[in-house]
Design a protein around this ligand. Structure first.
Ligand code: ADP
Ligand code: MG
Length: 240
């Protein structure tokens, strides 16, 4: 589903990604972890072309991300992305937030977009909040809206970049629960997260990054059982 092949990326003189290679199969849940600044966000932004890369190839469902011929809005619409800070449109109601891209990018009618949006809002337990604005919702609720909004586009895969890092502790689980359900329904997911409990319970694989390089790529069982590299061991010793 997602094939990342020998990606090298620089910001000016600084090499932020070095020879990153990973394959994510349909239905697989991969947790990406590693120290701050190790390139996790940059790597997943490359997957849906929010960041360009200079060398290597990324293929998502047969589409080459770096190819100038690729219809980027369409590609991005097929890969759901959820950020740390929700990124909802503050001036639009929750329903309007859910409808906008469906209408603009997929060309759905207002009725169809509203129906789809409300169904998904129901699925994340927020149907009663439909008429509110993002600022009237808690962080955990806003993040669940952001997930519903991404799902409304019928994505073939979902990317999460530290979706619970900005939340108060008591709201973390409501978001992780929605992510766990998605995983159980077979969604292909790449999740940057430090929630190692989630990784242990839900991930099929763990990718550990350090200094722009993929240092470990192994099953969750292996990673938590005996991370091979010293850096991963050090990382886990600090986080667990
Ligand atoms: P992580 O998500 O693992 O914390 P990032 O992918 O955000 O790491 O960043 C990796 C490195 O790239 C960091 O050293 C960061 O300072 C640098 N970086 C990120 N974005 C930019 C940018 N737009 N320009 C220059 N350097 C950047
Ligand atoms: Mg990051």
């Amino acid at each position: 589903m997602i094939s990342i092949e020998h990606i090298n990326k620089w910001y000016g003189d600084f090499q932020v990604l070095t020879d990153c290679t990973a394959d994510i199969s349909k239905g697989e849940v991969v947790v990406v972890c590693g120290p701050s600044g190790s390139g996790k966000s940059t790597l997943i932004k490359c997957v849906n072309a929010l960041e360009p890369f200079q060398e290597g190839r990324i293929i998502v469902d047969g589409i080459s991300v770096g190819d100038p011929q690729t219809d980027l809005p369409l590609l991005r619409s097929r890969i759901g992305m959820v950020f740390q800070n929700f990124e909802l449109f503050p001036h639009l109601s929750i329903t309007e937030n859910l409808m906008l891209a469906q209408q603009r990018v997929l060309g759905r009618s207002a009725d169809e977009a509203r129906d789809t949006g409300l169904k998904l809002l129901d699925r994340v337990g927020l149907k009663v909040q439909a008429a509110k604005f993002p600022g009237q919702l808690s962080g955990g609720q806003q993040q669940r809206v952001a997930i519903a909004r991404a799902l409304a586009m019928n994505p073939i895969a979902m990317l999460f970049d530290e979706p619970t890092s900005a939340l108060d502790p008591e709201m973390v689980n409501e978001v992780l629960d929605v992510m766990t359900e998605l995983a159980q329904e077979g969604m292909t997911m790449m999740c940057v997260t430090h929630e190692m409990g989630f990784a242990r319970r839900v991930a099929n694989r763990v990718i550990f990054m350090d200094k722009g390089h993929i240092e470990e790529d192994c099953s969750a069982v292996e990673f938590f059982g005996s991370p091979r590299g010293e850096r991963a061991q050090h990382f886990l010793s600090k986080i667990l």
